[in-house]
Design a protein around this ligand. Structure first.
Ligand SMILES: [Zn+2]
Ligand SMILES: [Zn+2]
Length: 345
């Protein structure tokens, strides 16, 4: 079968290769992949500038859904014909303090699908049976392939942030993750302002369609004035920073209220300068987030199944896996929203 393989360490070193179909060993599930989303981290694997262990040659891709075609001995989580997706935490130690408290996303020994183990930019992939989540009837395979990034968002916005009904939330960065964060915040009862820049006009229009109370291009309008107006000078209760931009962090720290919660979701990819002292003067609660855990997946699936979060319309491109270079370029040029590769084509 064709697979997009990172065949060596270092920048580049990725190509379509013909590799043998994987086999489901005891405890494993073999899935015929329908769609696999391109994640920012796939680009980092390509450029080799990410701090997550990689084990080349490895098939990349970790945001996927598909149909079970074989189960190994002892698998009870699913059966042949089930529509499923899989968590990406392929293996972890199971005994450290993080694993024991359910935060296996933080385990030092965590090894990830598409980084360490062969992933889903291939027609078939094999995963451990107990990482499987079955898709409810109302969740399409396309939406199923968005559950991994959505689980990262629910981890940040639900597991690690407390949003109260009626809260004002600022989401900065209206990419696919930001547009998921908008909807997750709304599902918790927040009123949401989505902030972007002059290149985000189309994305901000989508944000409005998806229920943002206000959208703002911060290069043309005054965010602080808008927030002042809406909150009677108090500031927003929650900031979900999805842009990974120091400007967005600075803006968020200015318009957040005292004792507000600031959650960093976007990655900067480099050290940045931030006025950290604002955290003291406002007694802020600041957190970051990394990946997802079981509860984040359960929330993500429930939100999509109930229609509270719509992710299918975030998928702007579906290309055959052989077109990966073109798709990676589109991603880097910020064209479209969520790009997917179809490994069967
Ligand atoms: Zn991802
Ligand atoms: Zn562990």
């Amino acid at each position: 079968m064709k697979a997009l393989v990172k065949y060596d360490k270092g920048p580049g070193n990725m190509e379509i290769r013909d590799i043998p179909e994987p086999v489901a060993e005891p405890g494993q599930v073999k899935i015929e992949v329908e769609n696999t989303g391109i994640c920012g981290s796939d680009l980092h694997i390509y450029h080799y500038d990410i701090d997550i262990p990689i084990n080349p040659p490895v098939v990349t891709g970790h945001e996927f859904a598909g149909t079970v075609v074989a189960v190994g001995d002892g698998v009870t989580s699913c059966a042949v014909g089930d529509r499923v997706t899989s968590e990406t935490a392929y293996s972890y130690c199971g005994s450290c303090r993080y694993c024991r408290s359910g935060f296996y996303n933080l385990c030092n020994s965590r090894r990830t699908l598409g980084y360490w183990y062969n992933g889903a930019f291939a027609r078939y992939t094999v995963v451990p049976g107990d990482r499987i989540h079955k898709l409810p009837q109302s969740v399409s395979l396309k939406a199923g392939a968005t559950l991994e990034p959505l689980a990262c968002v629910t981890h940040a916005a639900i597991d690690l942030t407390t949003i109260e009904p009626g809260d004002w939330a600022l989401v900065s960065g209206p990419g696919a993750i930001g547009l998921m964060a908008l909807q997750v915040a709304r599902s918790q009862g927040a009123r949401v302002i989505v902030a972007g820049t002059s290149i985000d006009a189309e994305r901000l229009a989508v944000a409005r369609e998806l229920g943002a109370e206000h959208v703002i291009d911060v290069t043309a309008e005054d965010l602080a004035a808008l927030v002042n107006d809406l909150t009677e000078g108090r500031g927003v209760d929650v900031v979900l920073e999805c842009a990974g931009s120091p400007h967005a962090v600075d803006a968020g720290l200015r318009v957040i209220r005292k004792q507000g919660q600031f959650t960093q979701i976007g990655l900067f990819g480099k050290p940045v300068t931030i006025d950290f002292e604002r955290i003291c003067f406002k007694e802020l609660k600041v957190t970051g987030s990394l990946g997802s855990k079981r509860s984040s997946w359960e929330s993500a699936i429930e939100l999509v199944a109930s229609g509270k979060v719509k992710t299918e319309q975030l998928v702007s491109h579906e290309l055959p896996v052989t077109d990966w270079k073109n798709a990676f370029e589109l991603f880097e040029n910020k064209s479209g929203l969520k790009l997917m590769l179809r490994p069967g084509e």
